[in-house]
Design a protein around this ligand. Structure first.
Ligand code: DAT
Ligand code: MG
Length: 140
Protein backbone atom coordinates (compact mmCIF):
# COMPACT_ATOMS: atom_id res chain seq x y z
CA UNK A 1 0.00 0.00 0.00
CA UNK A 2 1.33 3.38 -1.01
CA UNK A 3 1.54 6.54 1.04
CA UNK A 4 -1.87 7.28 2.49
CA UNK A 5 -3.62 9.90 4.63
CA UNK A 6 -5.93 9.49 7.58
CA UNK A 7 -7.91 11.89 9.74
CA UNK A 8 -7.24 12.16 13.46
CA UNK A 9 -8.80 14.04 16.36
CA UNK A 10 -7.16 14.56 19.75
CA UNK A 11 -10.35 14.68 21.81
CA UNK A 12 -11.31 17.07 24.66
CA UNK A 13 -9.95 14.73 27.35
CA UNK A 14 -6.51 15.13 25.71
CA UNK A 15 -6.60 18.94 25.55
CA UNK A 16 -8.05 19.13 29.10
CA UNK A 17 -5.17 17.07 30.52
CA UNK A 18 -2.55 18.92 28.41
CA UNK A 19 -1.26 15.68 26.85
CA UNK A 20 -1.55 16.56 23.14
CA UNK A 21 2.25 16.65 22.81
CA UNK A 22 2.59 13.25 24.49
CA UNK A 23 0.01 11.77 22.11
CA UNK A 24 1.73 13.38 19.12
CA UNK A 25 5.02 11.83 20.24
CA UNK A 26 3.43 8.35 20.01
CA UNK A 27 2.00 9.19 16.57
CA UNK A 28 5.37 10.39 15.27
CA UNK A 29 7.29 7.50 16.85
CA UNK A 30 5.02 5.15 14.86
CA UNK A 31 6.25 6.77 11.63
CA UNK A 32 3.13 8.80 10.89
CA UNK A 33 3.73 12.41 9.82
CA UNK A 34 1.41 15.19 11.04
CA UNK A 35 0.92 17.07 7.74
CA UNK A 36 -2.04 19.17 8.91
CA UNK A 37 -3.04 20.25 12.40
CA UNK A 38 -5.44 22.79 13.89
CA UNK A 39 -6.88 23.34 17.36
CA UNK A 40 -10.60 24.12 17.22
CA UNK A 41 -13.74 24.14 19.28
CA UNK A 42 -16.18 21.79 17.53
CA UNK A 43 -19.70 23.10 17.17
CA UNK A 44 -22.66 20.87 17.98
CA UNK A 45 -23.52 20.83 14.26
CA UNK A 46 -19.99 19.70 13.33
CA UNK A 47 -19.98 16.94 15.98
CA UNK A 48 -23.44 15.69 15.01
CA UNK A 49 -22.46 15.58 11.35
CA UNK A 50 -19.11 13.96 12.06
CA UNK A 51 -20.65 11.14 14.12
CA UNK A 52 -23.87 10.90 12.07
CA UNK A 53 -23.28 7.17 11.48
CA UNK A 54 -23.80 6.65 15.25
CA UNK A 55 -26.92 8.81 15.61
CA UNK A 56 -29.21 5.88 16.53
CA UNK A 57 -26.79 4.53 19.15
CA UNK A 58 -27.67 5.06 22.83
CA UNK A 59 -24.41 6.94 23.48
CA UNK A 60 -24.87 9.48 20.65
CA UNK A 61 -26.02 12.37 22.87
CA UNK A 62 -23.20 11.76 25.34
CA UNK A 63 -20.69 11.57 22.50
CA UNK A 64 -21.76 14.92 21.01
CA UNK A 65 -21.73 16.52 24.49
CA UNK A 66 -18.21 15.24 25.09
CA UNK A 67 -16.82 16.25 21.69
CA UNK A 68 -18.09 19.81 22.20
CA UNK A 69 -17.03 20.02 25.88
CA UNK A 70 -13.60 21.50 25.14
CA UNK A 71 -11.08 22.17 22.38
CA UNK A 72 -9.97 19.38 20.07
CA UNK A 73 -6.98 19.08 17.75
CA UNK A 74 -7.89 17.97 14.23
CA UNK A 75 -5.08 16.41 12.24
CA UNK A 76 -4.16 14.92 8.90
CA UNK A 77 -1.66 12.07 9.29
CA UNK A 78 0.35 10.68 6.41
CA UNK A 79 2.39 7.53 6.00
CA UNK A 80 2.55 4.00 4.66
CA UNK A 81 -0.83 2.35 5.34
CA UNK A 82 -1.76 5.34 7.47
CA UNK A 83 -5.40 4.34 8.06
CA UNK A 84 -4.67 0.84 9.39
CA UNK A 85 -1.43 1.94 11.06
CA UNK A 86 -3.16 4.67 13.06
CA UNK A 87 -6.00 2.34 14.11
CA UNK A 88 -3.28 0.02 15.44
CA UNK A 89 -1.45 2.86 17.24
CA UNK A 90 -4.75 4.10 18.77
CA UNK A 91 -5.77 0.71 20.17
CA UNK A 92 -9.26 -0.69 20.81
CA UNK A 93 -12.21 1.70 21.30
CA UNK A 94 -12.52 0.55 24.91
CA UNK A 95 -9.19 1.33 26.62
CA UNK A 96 -9.69 -1.66 28.94
CA UNK A 97 -9.30 -3.84 25.82
CA UNK A 98 -6.52 -1.82 24.17
CA UNK A 99 -3.10 -3.45 23.67
CA UNK A 100 -0.04 -2.32 25.60
CA UNK A 101 1.76 0.65 24.10
CA UNK A 102 -1.31 1.96 22.27
CA UNK A 103 -2.50 5.55 22.81
CA UNK A 104 -5.79 4.47 24.36
CA UNK A 105 -4.09 1.98 26.70
CA UNK A 106 -1.63 4.66 27.84
CA UNK A 107 -3.93 7.67 28.04
CA UNK A 108 -7.68 6.97 27.69
CA UNK A 109 -9.99 7.31 30.66
CA UNK A 110 -13.05 5.37 29.45
CA UNK A 111 -14.77 4.05 26.32
CA UNK A 112 -16.58 7.38 25.97
CA UNK A 113 -13.54 9.58 26.62
CA UNK A 114 -10.94 7.69 24.67
CA UNK A 115 -8.46 10.43 23.71
CA UNK A 116 -8.29 9.93 19.93
CA UNK A 117 -10.33 9.42 16.78
CA UNK A 118 -8.93 7.82 13.63
CA UNK A 119 -10.69 7.10 10.33
CA UNK A 120 -11.79 3.49 9.78
CA UNK A 121 -11.28 3.40 5.98
CA UNK A 122 -9.47 5.33 3.25
CA UNK A 123 -12.81 6.52 1.83
CA UNK A 124 -13.96 7.83 5.21
CA UNK A 125 -10.55 9.44 5.73
CA UNK A 126 -11.06 11.52 2.57
CA UNK A 127 -14.56 12.59 3.65
CA UNK A 128 -13.45 13.41 7.21
CA UNK A 129 -10.37 15.37 6.09
CA UNK A 130 -12.58 17.40 3.74
CA UNK A 131 -14.89 18.30 6.65
CA UNK A 132 -12.08 20.11 8.47
CA UNK A 133 -9.24 20.90 6.03
CA UNK A 134 -8.69 22.54 2.69
CA UNK A 135 -5.62 21.67 0.60
CA UNK A 136 -4.02 24.96 1.69
CA UNK A 137 -4.06 23.75 5.34
CA UNK A 138 -2.01 20.64 4.53
CA UNK A 139 1.74 20.60 3.84
CA UNK A 140 3.30 17.20 3.25
P1 DAT B 1 -13.73 4.21 17.27
O1 DAT B 1 -13.56 5.60 17.84
O2 DAT B 1 -12.73 3.25 17.85
O3 DAT B 1 -13.75 4.19 15.76
P2 DAT B 1 -16.62 3.81 17.15
O4 DAT B 1 -16.56 4.40 15.78
O5 DAT B 1 -17.30 2.50 17.32
O6 DAT B 1 -15.15 3.67 17.78
O7 DAT B 1 -17.34 4.84 18.14
C1 DAT B 1 -17.10 6.23 18.02
C2 DAT B 1 -16.95 6.81 19.39
O8 DAT B 1 -18.20 6.67 20.11
C3 DAT B 1 -15.92 6.13 20.29
O9 DAT B 1 -14.62 6.56 20.05
C4 DAT B 1 -16.41 6.51 21.65
C5 DAT B 1 -17.93 6.47 21.49
N1 DAT B 1 -18.45 5.14 21.89
C6 DAT B 1 -18.39 3.99 21.17
N2 DAT B 1 -18.94 2.96 21.84
C7 DAT B 1 -19.37 3.49 23.02
C8 DAT B 1 -20.02 2.94 24.17
N3 DAT B 1 -20.36 1.65 24.24
N4 DAT B 1 -20.29 3.79 25.20
C9 DAT B 1 -19.97 5.10 25.14
N5 DAT B 1 -19.34 5.67 24.09
C10 DAT B 1 -19.05 4.88 23.05
MG1 MG C 1 -15.11 4.93 14.43
Amino acid sequence: MANERTFSILKPDATRRNITGAVNAVIEAAGLRIVGQRRIRMTREQAEKFYEVHKERPFFGELVEFMTSGPVVVQVLEGENAVAKYREVMGATNPAQAADGTIRKQFAESVGENTVHGSDSADNAKLEIAQFFTDADIAA
